[in-house]
Design a protein around this ligand. Sequence first.
Ligand SMILES: Cc1cc2nc3c(=O)[nH]c(=O)nc-3n(C[C@H](O)[C@H](O)[C@H](O)COP(=O)(O)OP(=O)(O)OC[C@H]3O[C@@H](n4cnc5c(N)ncnc54)[C@H](O)[C@@H]3O)c2cc1C
Length: 402
Amino acid sequence: MPRYIVIGGGAIGLNAAYQLARMQSGKVTLLEKGLVGDGSSSRAGGIITGLLWSETGVLARMISLRLYQELSTDLEQYGYRFQDVGCLNLFDPASWKEREELLPMYDRLGFGYEILDDAQMRGRWPDLTPEADLVGLHDNLGGYSEPHEFVPALARRCRDLGVEIRENAQVEDLQIDNGRVVGVQTAMGLLEADAVICTVHAWTVTFMARCGTRLPIKSFVHQRYVSSELQERVAFPVINANPYGGYIRPARLGTTDFRILAGGETEEREEQRVDDLAFRMSELRAPESVRSSLATNLTPLVPKLATTRWETEQVGLISYSLDSEPILGKLPELPGLVVGAAFHSGGLAYSPVAGLLLAELAAGESTSVEISSFSPDRFSAEDTDAYLASTWVQGEALRRRH
Ligand SMILES: Cc1cc2nc3c(=O)[nH]c(=O)nc-3n(C[C@H](O)[C@H](O)[C@H](O)COP(=O)(O)OP(=O)(O)OC[C@H]3O[C@@H](n4cnc5c(N)ncnc54)[C@H](O)[C@@H]3O)c2cc1C
């Protein structure tokens, strides 16, 4: 019976373990250095859309959206439901020109969308007051996943499917024998495996450097907020509101407690280097000014925001590869290892399909989507070194939202 080790207890690692367990093809152990959800996954906005910018991305997200519907059924008894409220992507005239060029690709791939002007948006969602020159690209299949429901529900389901989840179990290194990854080193000793899946997000560069592999990934601090309770439920979809400098969506703290969630970048903030495996995201802080600027920027779009204040804050990291596409695949120099990282601000959205693809690769199966454009070996050593040696502020990274 093959043995699989998944490193990292975030949404990507949990989904990989879940898919392996469902394949019933072997013994699955997930190792998490802290507690499950300690990384970005439990801090995310949870926004999901399929309207991405590359063919591989769109095809992958079509699978993710289908899997989210299936997870909604499979995890219902654990308190999770995918909130299929749709996702509205807003564009000003300049950014719309660029996005409009992608419409033939969406048509060819059969991904449905609607184009709405400001009057249509106001008519459909009375809580919204978008400016007159904005274009709305609506993804009917999109929505959101509450991370505080999704991550624990998935972990419980994994355990019930037979996955062994070990918390406070930091992986120190890969065990390599005759050029092949045959297990991992932990404080408890060597754990052997036929295939290892590495899903350690912002820790990937430091972790992989231990066995001499360099991957071009940068991480940036990102933050999101949940409002005080509203008098009544708001009626609008998830909104990627770039012209307003952020994103906003309805939020739930239970079945009757309705709030608003919003988040955004800090363009001028320097990248966050994670040089130590022991780093924890709870060490991160957001500038106080983000709270007020988000509220000021987004209230013209959602006037009901003015009746609330931000009650909770979550600060974490988002990671970008050199070309801003995910890194997912096998490393030719390290057979036995599969890596999934750099999902920009869309790792929650990618997580079901990323888990499926990682599980397929680890089990030696062909992948559900052709993923050569996500391949870890698509970067030259020179480009990787230059990317890692440079220091960027977040505004220099391509804004790839959700
Ligand atoms: C504020 C914020 C808002 C976001 N909003 C969205 C959104 O709306 N939609 C969306 O799709 N995405 C969003 N994202 C991005 C998303 O959260 C990430 O892309 C996603 O969580 C990455 O999942 P992961 O499993 O790779 O990483 P993580 O959840 O960070 O998990 C990695 C895990 O690996 C563990 N680990 C690290 N090193 C080791 C080791 N050596 N041994 C064992 N364990 C180790 C860590 O403790 C961690 O728990 C947001 C991110 C932030 C910060």
